[in-house]
Design a protein around this ligand. Sequence first.
Ligand code: PSU
Ligand code: MN
Length: 305
Amino acid sequence: MTAFQLSRDVEAALADGRPVVALESTIISHGLPRPRNLEAAIEFEEILREKGVTPATIAVLDGVPQIGLDADGVRRIAEEDLAKASVRDLPILAALGRSGATTVAATAYLAGLAGVRVFATGGLGGVHRGASETFDESADLTTLASSPVTVVSAGVKSVLDIPGTLERLETLSVPVIGYGTTAFPAFWLRESGYELDWKVDSADEVAAVMAARDAFGSRSGIVLANPIPLEQQWDPAEHDRVLATAFAAAEEAGVRGKAVTPFLLGFIVEESGGKSLEVNLDLARNNVRVAADVATAWAKRAPRP
Ligand code: PSU
Ligand code: MN
């Protein structure tokens, strides 16, 4: 049994030392509504190819973790009802021959195994509000402590505990760097109100940090926090209004545990008249573009395998 399968494109790109960017499948299967999710999955890959970067969309299909999907694989993650797969689910899916859409955690883990060093997503998972009671913290955080992958993300969604998430990333020794700013973004908004210690101003600087991290023998990931451009962000007042309504609705409906986030996100898309979805797509495209630049800078300086 092989642990994972590289697509032919990804295998050739890695062998030649050409840039590759990993993309997650949970955002497609569970994070975006159909049929926009299939369009988005195809578009993210196209953005990369236009920039000369090989896309490696990652998912588990029929028990085999795939690093790079063909057109039918992309269709399957968008149209089938796949399990949401984190790292702990991978051996179960593999042994039972089942399929799953990989979260940031599982995607970063598999990308790290396969030697894909740059990964674009929308927002990272994090510490949930009330986590001191529920212990609900995404495995995205702990997995990044030991997966050597640079994740380009628009911060974390403001439905999470943002300062708690930043504290945990500090404890886990995961570097968090702002791209062109020290203001940590809040997904739909350019600024969360929380400041980072460090920023970089170019993809070359990110690649230099990656090389230095390797030189220190560190196996941690890096979070590159890439805020949405100001003109594309959600109106902050409307954001605050919709979120307050969403939290009140979740409370009233008595939603608990892992059902909370899907409930809130679905409610927010509805209540915003689809605006939050457009912003979500814009920030994800923006992250894919930056990840392409970082992977290109990395390929230029990394020694040929
Ligand atoms: N954040 C988003 N959209 C998403 C997710 C996070 O803005 O779709 C997904 C990612 O796949 C992330 C996962 O890894 O949710 C985190 O889920 P959990 O909190 O259950 O670990
Ligand atoms: Mn959770």
